[in-house]
Every structure is written in C-alpha cells, then in structure tokens.
Design a protein around this ligand. Sequence first.
Ligand code: FES
Length: 153
Amino acid sequence: MPDIESILQKYPFIHQENIIPILTEIQDSFGFLSTEAIKKVGDYFKIPTSKIYGLATFYGKFRFQAKGKYHIRICNGTSCHINLNTIVLKELYKMLGIQDGEVTKNGLFSIERTGCLCGCDAGPVMVVNDKTYLNLNIDKVHEIIHFYMQIDT
Ligand code: FES
C-alpha cells in the first residue's frame, strides 16, 4: 500500500485540478480520508486544511471514517423509502449499536445510507461489501447480520 507522500509525488505539478484525483487515490488506498491525509494534501498545495475538507465534503463519494470489515450500504432512494427502508435501518442501528457513518467498536460493521442501489422493484435493498440483499424485512436483517457475526467467531 502506498503512503500519502508517494501519492502526492505522482502529481509534481501543483495544479488545483489534481486535488480530487489525489483525494480519490488516497481513499482508494486507505478506504477513507483521514484528518492527517487531508492536512497533508493541504500542506502540499499550500491551501488551508478547511478548504480541502470543504472540497471533499462537496463530493458524496468521499468518506471520512474507516469502514468496518463488513460495510453495509442501505438504499435511501425513493422506491426503497416507500418500501419501508426506515424500519430496516432502525433495526440495523439497534442491532449494531451504531448510526449512519459509524463503525462498531470491534471494527466489524459500518453503515452508510446511499442513493439507489439498482434494485428498486425489490426494495428495501442493502449491500454488504459486494453482496446484494433484496426484499428486506426485520427477520432477514437479523439473519444476515448473524451470518456475518458467525463468520468472525
Ligand atoms: S430506490 Fe432503492 S434500489 Fe432503487
């Protein structure tokens, strides 16, 4: 895995249009943008950290916390909302003891609400890492979470 300095050195020309590609590469390497990474990018461009952070938060693709081993993305699109995704989401919050954007203390799970996950006719939909789960209800959520918990016992 490259370090942040080696990523920055790939962009010897300090043009501001390189900031997003650099942040993207850092996130691809580390899974999220840490405070340290944002500060290093700011120092490299001689731009205040707050401006780099402001730019990064403008784009929905950037994360500012590490993901859990099992990263749960739950659809917050209109169709899933109509199909009661909020019930599923509340159950996930209750089971895991975390909210959207957080990671469980043991590092196993993280939750992220997202836009449409392309399963609108079978909502609510969630994706755990790369595996998609459709037509969710409370029982299915229990089954799925227990499955991943068992893998790590
Ligand atoms: S709205 Fe949820 S999958 Fe499309």
